[in-house]
Design a protein around this ligand. Structure first.
Ligand code: HEM
Length: 406
């Protein structure tokens, strides 16, 4: 592969990371909620199925902003609000200001020591994280039916590239040194995203497409948000463990902590946020694994994602490589749902060489004469991670005021 086409292949891999957080599904096979709140960061809770809980604070407020026609003005004002410690801009409606002043406060259980360790982990493991957010979480979002549908029929669905770069911002912000500190941006990103989700809950039920495809009235329940959350940190950690990447217990716990805090700041209630990886894995088994399924919308989204490199290389290299990585990371069943073809060269190469590549990289195996494939993989990792991060920077997350136009 020449340097140019490889760069573009990797750019797509990076961009896909963004989608991880975005995507919507059929709760047809959703199982009853039995996960106990004793395993949550709150340690206790009412045990209500989060399928029927949304965001009681943000939802009526944003519905009212939309009905009052305030959203364009609010978006304009909020464009200047970028740092966690920055005062809110003057001129916001008083009800929104009051809500945001509360929503930007970290919970009492935020642990600065763990956040510092999480940054060390993100720095050390940024290459793997870039690839996994992109191709494991990102592509998984297309087989989460409720997420795929919400993304497809909401305003941003008409421009997936823009959508992806906005979502990539969250993946970028959470990995920075000062993510939740006054000079960081993760709190701002979360609070704005919370407002975006509240707007989608009000707008999507008004879409003419929505009643035809969705078996629910109001999208993005607390349960849906946990499903998407598991497609991110839980899936990423499961892959790192499966690849035998050595991770000290403190770093693993710290990475979880940063995502627990992310969930809280996105408006997920503490009684639904798992306290440990064991609890996260058990909740994911209940809420994520059984609902994965293909939908026409998800298949279209996956195709858009796999074709993101096509304007540059005609899809000749980027599409097969991204498709093959998706099959490798998510398995034959999901690859089949997404109509990803088998690749005669890439599929066997990834199956046989990825494990040894990680082992060599991690110093777990002696260096076996630098096979070409290892360098290619390393290059892929670096580019995917770098581009994933660079996609994210100058983006402003805005509250939508319409659905997808057609
Ligand atoms: C928008 C993250 C869960 C549907 C966004 C954005 C981010 C984000 C950063 C802003 C990007 C933009 O404006 O385009 C997350 C995270 C989640 C989560 C981290 C869970 C932990 C969900 C779920 C759904 C969903 C469960 C649907 C079931 C949407 C939609 C938009 C959006 C439709 C875009 C609205 C628009 O502008 O058209 N999300 N999200 N999200 N999210 Fe989520």
């Amino acid at each position: 592969m020449d340097k140019h086409s490889r760069r573009n292949v990797l750019k797509v891999g990076g961009a896909l990371g963004a989608l991880g957080a975005l995507s919507l599904a059929t709760p047809a096979q959703a199982v009853p909620w039995t996960w106990a709140a004793s395993g949550s960061v709150a340690g206790a809770g009412a045990g209500t199925d989060p399928r029927w809980v949304w965001d009681p604070e943000a939802d009526p407020l944003v519905a009212s902003l939309l009905d009052r026609g305030d959203v364009p003005r609010v978006n304009e004002l909020l464009r200047t609000w970028t740092k966690n410690g920055q005062p809110l801009p003057a001129g916001l409606p008083a009800d929104l200001r009051d809500f945001m002043e509360g929503a930007r406060q970290l919970p009492s259980w935020a642990d600065q020591g763990k956040l510092a360790t999480a940054f060390e982990f993100n720095e050390k493991r940024g290459l793997y994280l870039g690839l996994l957010y992109g191709l494991a979480s990102g592509m998984m979002s297309t087989v989460i039916p409720k997420e795929a549908r919400a993304v497809y029929y909401s305003q941003g669905g008409a421009d997936m590239k823009d959508r992806i770069s906005k979502t990539a911002k969250l993946g970028y912000d959470i990995g920075t040194r000062n993510a939740f500190a006054p000079d960081g941006e993760m709190i701002v990103t979360c609070v704005k995203t919370r407002l975006v989700h509240a707007a989608v809950r009000h707008l999507l039920p008004q879409s003419p497409h929505w009643s035809g495809v969705a078996d629910e009235e109001i999208p993005i329940s607390q349960r849906d948000m946990m499903v998407t959350w598991h497609s991110l940190p839980t899936t990423v950690m499961q892959k790192l463990v499966a690849w035998k990447v050595p991770i000290p217990a403190a770093e693993s716990e710290a990475f979880l902590h940063s995502w627990q805090l992310g969930a809280h700041m996105l408006g997920i209630m503490d009684e639904y946020i798992p306290a440990t990886w064991a609890e996260a894995n058990s909740q994911a088994k209940q809420v994520l694994d059984p609902i994965l399924a293909p939908t026409p919308e998800g298949i279209k989204l996956a195709d858009i994602l796999l074709n993101l490199g096509s304007p540059v290389d005609g899809g000749i290299l980027s599409k097969p490589i991204l498709g093959s990585f998706t099959r490798f990371l998510l398995g034959d069943r999901i690859a089949g749902w997404l109509n990803i073809p088998r690749e005669l060269i890439w599929d066997p190469l990834l199956r046989t060489a990825w494990g040894p590549f990680i082992a060599v990289r991690e110093g777990l195996l002696p260096f076996p004469g630098a096979p070409e494939a290892y360098w290619l993989f390393d290059e892929f990792l670096r580019k995917a991670a770098l581009l994933f991060l660079s996609e994210a920077r100058p983006i402003s997350i805005e509250i939508p005021d319409t659905n997808r136009p057609s």
